[in-house]
Write a protein that binds this ligand. Structure first.
Ligand code: CS2
Length: 492
């Protein structure tokens, strides 16, 4: 039998299940980006809140919108929106059945009418996880008017991007004169709330603004948030473990996650679920210090592990972090380069860095470097270039950032030669591959052309030419030498 509402009373008592009747939920939240992260993060906190709030909590069901994966929305519907979350603790796996999704839909089904759903007065909050590349931003964190998806949304009747969908929904709210929902960006984008607000206002301006941008500026709140939980892409082991732990009930869409959970939200007024019922959720006055620490120390270090790890022949973040040389390089990069501008006491930074390396090494989390390496061009500015710029200005080492950028460029060069064994997904992949094709074996020209892309790297770095030369030298070494031997030398 498959997991669905009628199977709920048969799950073994060792599995955590909902403490409310999922059939009685009503939608209070629309979520854009129904994917793995959402299912392991916002849904778990919402489930805890619904459980803690009794009847009132039932109004916080989530309508979760899959932006790119119709099959996930379909599979959720088939299981009455229930699925298993496997928490990979060091001591073993804990299974919980997640039940806070009230409805799952696919954005591409035009009959769904996303604008009308957002404008439904019962919807108090719109949350988003569409990934950093889903906002189509340039390095200065404004909307890229040349992104094909944005251009298509400006022309078409049914928007498909987050900015286009929000603009349409908010326009309807304004026409109807109702209260707009609070928009909660839950992606790894710096100052994510205000950045999204600006992106929506930029979209509206490009769309022949009729006063909507000013109305949004005045009436719609976009609190900043910091989200953190490592959630790998589900695999066959997850399905197998879910069936075993559910006592033979089959789940087509289980997923696993690490035990760590953090959700830091800028305080806002108005109705909301009692998310703080879930440990790790906090409402604070200013999210920036948490967000910067996480974006640079976690997400930035993930990038060095992925790009360099793949070149050294490892497949997962855990293997990359466990490699003696690369683990040392990554830990040093995290603690001494990626802490630039992170305003935390030294001992807290030490503890955070230690915890992060431990989390990366968790053998229960099979996080492929190919996944983490995706969409580097949309991640570079906030995660790598901002601290690098500050380090250069202060005369500090940027050795790790140099290695990271050279490794990223090497991915494209190898891909261009059809010699990279893993897929390379990036919104700017075509342009970046062309640079590699044009520059051929001229490493200097390759690096110069990459670093000249202001939409990715921002304006020139301090002492730009010297930095380009350093990255070129590293790229040449990555090309000519054995990567493990090079890492061994760099780790000393
Ligand atoms: C990763 C994140 O794919 C990536 O860019 O760095 O998904 C990371 O696993 C999460 O932000 C952890 O909270």
């Amino acid at each position: 039998m498959f997991l669905n509402r009628s199977a709920l009373n048969r799950i073994p008592p060792t599995v955590y299940g909902p403490t409310f009747d999922p059939g009685s939920l009503r939608t209070g939240i629309v979520h854009l980006g129904c994917g793995n992260f959402h299912r392991a993060h916002q849904v778990t906190a919402t489930q805890a809140a619904i459980g803690a709030q009794g009847d009132e909590g039932l109004g916080w069901g989530v309508t979760s919108v899959a932006m790119r994966r119709p099959e996930l929305a379909r599979a959720l519907c088939e299981q009455d929106n229930l699925y298993t979350l496997l928490t990979r603790e060091p001591s073993g796996t804990v299974a919980s059945v997640m039940a806070a999704i009230h409805e799952a839909v696919f954005a591409g089904d035009t009959h769904v009418g996303l604008a009308a759903r957002i404008a439904d007065p019962a919807v108090k909050i719109v949350t988003l996880t569409v990934t950093a590349s889903g906002y189509h931003l340039t390095a200065d964190e404004t909307l890229d008017p040349d992104a094909p998806e944005i251009r298509a949304d400006l022309k078409g009747a049914t928007p498909r991007t987050a900015a286009g969908i929000l603009a349409a929904g908010l326009s309807l709210v304004r026409q109807r004169g109702t209260v707009p929902p609070v928009i909660l960006c839950c992606d790894n984008v710096s100052r994510n709330g205000r950045t999204l607000r600006q992106a929506v206002m930029d979209f509206v301006a490009l769309d022949g603004d009729d006063g909507l941008a000013a109305w949004i500026g005045e009436h719609v709140r976009f609190p900043d948030t910091m989200v953190d939980r490592i959630v790998p892409v589900p695999n066959a082991d997850d399905r197998h473990d879910a069936t075993r732990l559910l006592g033979g009930i089959e789940d087509r869409i289980p997923l696993s996650a690490e035990p760590w959970f953090q959700w830091i939200i800028e305080r806002f007024d108005g109705p909301r679920p009692m998310w703080e019922a879930h440990p790790g959720t906090r409402f604070v006055g200013d999210v920036e210090v948490f967000e910067r620490a996480k974006l640079q120390m976690l997400n930035g270090t993930h990038m060095i592990l992925a790009y360099v790890g793949a070149l050294a022949g490892v497949n997962t973040i855990s293997d990359a972090a466990c490699d003696a040389a690369l683990g040392t390089i990554a830990a040093r990069f995290m603690r001494y380069e990626q802490t630039a501008g992170v305003n935390l006491p030294e001992d807290e930074m030490d503890r955070y860095a230690r915890d992060l390396m431990k989390r990366f090494r968790n053998p229960g989390i099979v996080h492929e470097v190919e996944r983490i390496g995706r969409n580097g061009s949309a991640k570079m500015a906030a995660r790598i270039i901002r601290p690098m710029r500050e380090n250069l200005e202060a005369g500090r080492s940027v050795e790790g950032a140099t290695l990271l950028i050279a490794s990223w460029i090497r991915w494209f060069a190898l891909h261009e030669q059809e010699a990279l064994e893993i897929a390379l997904a990036d919104p700017r992949a075509d342009v970046l591959r062309r640079i590699c094709a044009d520059a051929r074996d001229d490493h200097g020209a390759q690096v110069e052309a990459f670093m000249a892309m202001e939409s990715v790297f921002g304006p020139p770095l301090p002492d730009h030419a010297a930095q380009v030369a350093r990255i070129s030298r590293m790229l040449k070494r990555l090309t000519d030498e054995s990567v493990p031997a090079l890492l061994h030398e760099l780790a000393r």
